[in-house]
Design a protein. Structure first.
Lengths: 349, 375
């Protein structure tokens, strides 16, 4: 049975009330008639308090388990919405650990007054992203908070996946001379959300890069089995991930300014607002450290995948300056690329 | 990208660096006795560090980082005033983003917002006026700060508020003006600066002529410069060429934007709304005569200083700060006794550590030696 395309007539024009979170009939109807049909899958169907999973799905691998909460304003933006983020983000947190994502949970915190049309669209978006990632949403929870106590929809998803035997990524594997690669342009998501807030008198033709990366990661492991370390470059952007790598791994990273891929509209917006694209959020980008000898094979495999067409090497691991990330400028000088103190604030002039 | 990449071309940069090096040699400059050039504007400081220009240039040339970062030089007492206004019932306090983190004596605007004040970040003062129109029952205050670069847009917003008859909009005016401060700096006996990179965006508004006194009265070359790396390199070369010829004149490298007489429409708006204050306090430098502006009597109804009660107290800078010596080129940021220790970007003691365009913050962020990173 395929998920419903439109909100059932009896729900149209209605909004979430406190009754939908009270555990009674209203809540049961919401879950059985609205949520379950959208997420439809055999593990969810019995609507028990837990999903029951056969450990054989791990196929001899290690269990990977992660959780993340999603809040974004506005709920929808060019290229995605909170539902898509909530699935892709958790899928990606599993994938960059080398895991094959299997099942997700979905905890919804809804604000009283939320139109059911909006909820339905968020759920459908979650389902589409789950289908793209070949995962199922198998258990969940719904709470309703009074008007003003939330911001329309907050979502928590947890996910489990299986790490196939033999895959071991982490700082211990990294060597000086290894390359740092990314799968495409930086900062698209951050600028797309900024543009969607309508606070800027700027038209910026950029879509969020929100996407599940597990397919790409599989292709990467196939091409470069000795992949050293992967992370997805979400909040804080590539600059933050690079600093995490360097600090947790105790090595230095040197990035090449001219190699860093940034779309022109993102560059333009950053020039005007005084932002640095290296600190902008991404939702479909990963950074990976790979032995230099496997770098070309890895890039070729990434570029053959739809989510890695613009993959490129952007830097190198070095022994010098352990714990520190530097950028080699287009002129050959070096500057430190530090962690941000807090959120990036536009400059005055 | 058009109008950006041309000014960041590595080939042009290398040619300029060669010419700069040759001129420095002819001048007899050495690492021990370098030519010292002050870039007045924080935007230049930021670009110098961001593009690591220092690494390209010989040690016989030193940058001295000037006082032109309006966020840095804002005194703590004025931030306290902002917070006092923002906390009054019914007030929506609007500000540029990077002013939100500037510490007052007790807290920043970011912290005041966390504690319940309605503080909103805007990208233009006109956005603040729009908020005022949308919230007729609230008092909307815009935190105006910056040099002549941002003054015209604030002045035009006040004129627009008058034209539209918006009664619930007012301006907390902290605009400052650079030339009296440069004069005060040039009057310091131990000053160690051979030439100036002039502030391009200020000059776009006021023109290059207001800087004539630096060349005429103090015998130092000034080149008004753009903000791209090759703009700065070209300006350095132009200054060195003047030094080599024994000249001191005001030249403009930023001819694509700057006219000798400035922008008449912008200057007219400024003159209509603002007048000079007798003095204004600068963080790190102290009180400087005629270095700030306030609103004219005719616009008193839009003046937050007259409409709101505020403490209006001066807060002295910590005694251990050496911002003044850094600004005069006597020491480098890292030679300050509190740099990187008690004075860091997350807990700035001195003015120059406050904003990312402050010399010490830029130095800390982009170029601190390895040992300090580990500390």
């Amino acid at each position: 049975m395929s998920p419903p395309e439109t909100l059932p007539a009896r729900w149209q024009g209605k909004t979430i009330t406190l009754a939908h979170g009270a555990g009674g009939r209203a809540m049961r109807e919401l879950i059985t008639e609205l949520v379950r049909p959208v997420f439809e899958n055999p593990l969810l169907a019995p609507l028990e308090d837990q999903a029951r999973i056969d450990p054989a799905v791990l196929d001899g691998g290690q269990l990977a388990f992660t959780t993340d909460s999603y809040v974004v304003s506005p709920l929808a933006f060019a290229g995605g919405d909170i539902g898509r983020l909530a699935v892709c983000g958790t899928v990606n947190d599993l994938a960059v650990g080398g895991a094959r994502p299997l099942y997700l949970s979905c905890g919804l915190i809804l604000e009283e007054g939320l139109p059911l049309e909006t909820l339905f669209e968020v759920l459908r978006s979650m389902r589409r992203a789950a289908d793209e990632a070949s995962v199922s949403i198998v258990t969940g929870d719904t709470k309703v908070v009074g008007r003003g106590s939330g911001d329309q929809v907050f979502i928590n998803t947890a996910g489990i996946g299986a790490i196939p035997p033999g895959r071991a990524t982490g700082p211990a594997q990294v060597r000086a001379g290894d390359r740092l690669v990314v799968n495409g342009t930086l900062g698209d998501h951050g600028i797309a959300v900024l543009a969607a807030r309508n606070e800027l008198a700027l038209q910026i033709p950029v879509e969020s890069d929100s996407a599940p990366l597990n397919g790409l990661v599989e292709a990467m492991f196939a091409a470069a089995p000795q992949l050293r370390w992967l992370r997805d470059a979400t909040r804080g952007g590539l600059a933050t991930i690079a600093n995490e790598f360097a600090q947790e791994g105790g090595f230095g990273l040197l990035l090449d300014e001219l190699a860093l891929p940034v779309r022109d509209p993102v560059r333009g917006a950053c020039e005007i607002l005084g932002l640095d694209p290296l600190y902008l959020a991404n939702e479909g980008k990963l950074a990976a450290i790979v032995p230099a000898a496997q770098c070309e094979a890895l890039l070729a495999a990434m570029r053959a995948h739809p989510l890695g067409r613009e993959a490129c090497a952007v830097g190198e691991v070095r022994e010098a300056s352990p714990g520190r990330v530097a950028v080699r400028s287009r002129f050959g000088g070096e500057r430190i690329l530090d962690l941000l103190l807090g959120e990036q604030l536009p400059r005055i002039c | 990208m058009k109008f950006i990449d041309e000014f960041r071309d590595p080939g042009h940069a290398r040619a300029l660096v060669r010419d700069i090096g040759a001129t420095l040699e002819r001048l007899g400059a050495t690492a021990e006795r370098p030519v010292q050039i002050m870039e007045v504007c924080g935007g230049h400081t930021h670009a110098i560090f961001r593009y690591a220009l220092k690494d390209l240039l010989p040690a016989s040339l030193e940058f001295v980082h000037g006082p032109g970062c309006p966020v840095c030089v804002l005194p703590m007492g004025r931030v306290d005033d902002c917070i006092a206004i923002a906390r009054q019932p019914g007030v929506i306090f609007t500000t540029f983003g990077d002013a939100m983190r500037v510490p007052g004596s007790a807290m920043s605007l970011l912290q005041a917002r966390a504690e319940g004040a309605d503080v909103r970040m805007v990208y233009s003062p006109l956005d603040a006026l729009a908020i005022a129109r949308a919230n007729p029952g609230r008092e909307v205050v815009f935190f105006g700060l910056g040099f002549e670069t941002t003054m015209p847009s604030t002045a035009l917003t006040v004129l627009e508020a008058e034209r539209q008859g918006v009664a619930n909009f007012s301006l907390f005016c902290n605009h400052i003006t650079i030339t009296p401060t440069l004069r005060a700096l040039l009057d310091t006996p131990d000053l160690n600066i051979d030439g100036f990179i002039g502030p391009g965006h200020v000059a776009m508004v006021i023109g290059s002529e207001p800087f004539d006194f630096i060349a005429r009265d103090y015998g130092r070359p000034v080149v008004v410069s753009g903000f791209e790396p090759n703009d700065i390199l070209q300006s350095l070369w132009m200054i060195l060429r003047q030094l080599e010829r024994g000249e001191a004149a005001v030249e403009s490298q930023y001819a694509r934007l700057v006219r000798p007489g400035g922008n008449p429409a912008a200057l007219e708006a400024i003159a209509r709304v603002f007048e000079a204050r007798e003095f204004f306090e600068w963080r790190g430098l102290g009180s400087i005569d005629a270095s700030g502006v306030r609103m004219r009597e005719a616009y008193a109804r839009f003046d937050a200083e007259r409409r709101f009660a505020m403490p209006n107290l001066a807060v002295t800078d910590p005694a251990e700060c050496q911002c003044g010596e850094v600004l005069k080129g006597l020491i480098k940021p890292s030679q300050c006794r509190v740099f990187g220790g008690r004075c860091r970007p997350e807990t700035p003691l001195g003015a120059l550590m406050v904003s990312s365009e402050g010399a010490c913050a830029a130095y800390y962020q982009y170029a601190r030696p390895d040992a300090e990173a580990a500390a």
